[in-house]
Design a protein around this ligand. Structure first.
Ligand code: AMP
Length: 210
């Protein structure tokens, strides 16, 4: 059987990155994440301007830019977990045209919990490991436990930008969730549990789907 094709949906801060890494490890698939791809190419000139200008405002980067990134990555992958895309209906329709998914899973988390998670998040500037000032502090403040790198706050994890990102999610991405729900394809997972409990539920959903 070919490798699974999985979409992980959820608001910013729901744990999509963490759970996608678990999927990559367990099923040996590619991790396709538009957020990381755009962060690595923030100053790329496009006909719409650079991704940076949109990202720092918490807005969506224009569809043609992200669609192209995703298409190229899907063509290269034998099985994948898609994280951070689609974020609006037009991206969801584009995705429908270029691939068939085995599972669409939603990590469900309340808005207040998301604000706390995101504004307290710190990431390692070198290896990308995630920490949280209250919920998962590093052993030494500001220093990565994994590699000793410097922990920084993402430009878009400030309170003002977080609120804007959550508004953008509710406005643009909620219709994507409704779209998959109407198709009967959506599996909801309680994203407020511990990361291990979320992974248990998600893995059950994947095993049912493949
Ligand atoms: P993330 O790391 O997934 O939270 O993404 C960070 C930022 O990258 C978002 O706030 C958007 O500005 C941009 N971005 C990531 N994925 C997409 C997407 N599918 N469509 C448009 N913009 C995106």
């Amino acid at each position: 059987m070919s490798q699974p094709k999985i979409l992980v949906l959820g608001p910013p801060g729901a744990g999509k990155g963490t759970q996608s890494s678990n999927i990559v490890e367990a099923y040996d698939v590619d991790h396709i994440t538009t957020g990381d791809a755009l962060r690595a190419n923030k100053d790329m000139e496009t006909e719409y301007g650079t991704p940076r200008s949109f990202m720092e405002a918490g807005e969506l980067v224009p569809d043609p830019v992200v669609n192209e990134i995703v298409k190229a990555a899907i063509e290269d992958a034998d099985g994948f977990v898609l994280d951070g895309y689609p974020r609006n209906l037009s991206q969801a329709e584009y995705l429908d045209d270029i691939t068939d998914l085995d599972l669409v899973a939603l990590l469900d988390v309340d808005r207040e919990e998301l604000v706390d998670r995101l504004t307290g998040r710190r990431v390692c500037d070198d290896c990308g490991a995630n920490f949280h000032v209250d919920f998962a502090p590093p052993e030494e403040e500001g220093v990565c436990d994994e590699c000793g790198g410097e922990l920084i706050q993402r430009d878009d994890d400030t309170e003002e930008t977080v609120k804007e990102r959550l508004n953008v999610f509710e406005e643009n991405t909620q219709p994507v969730i409704d779209y998959y729900e109407d198709e009967g394809e959506l599996v909801r997972v309680d994203g407020e549990q511990s990361p291990d409990e979320v992974w248990d539920d998600l893995q059950d959903a994947i095993e049912d789907a493949i």
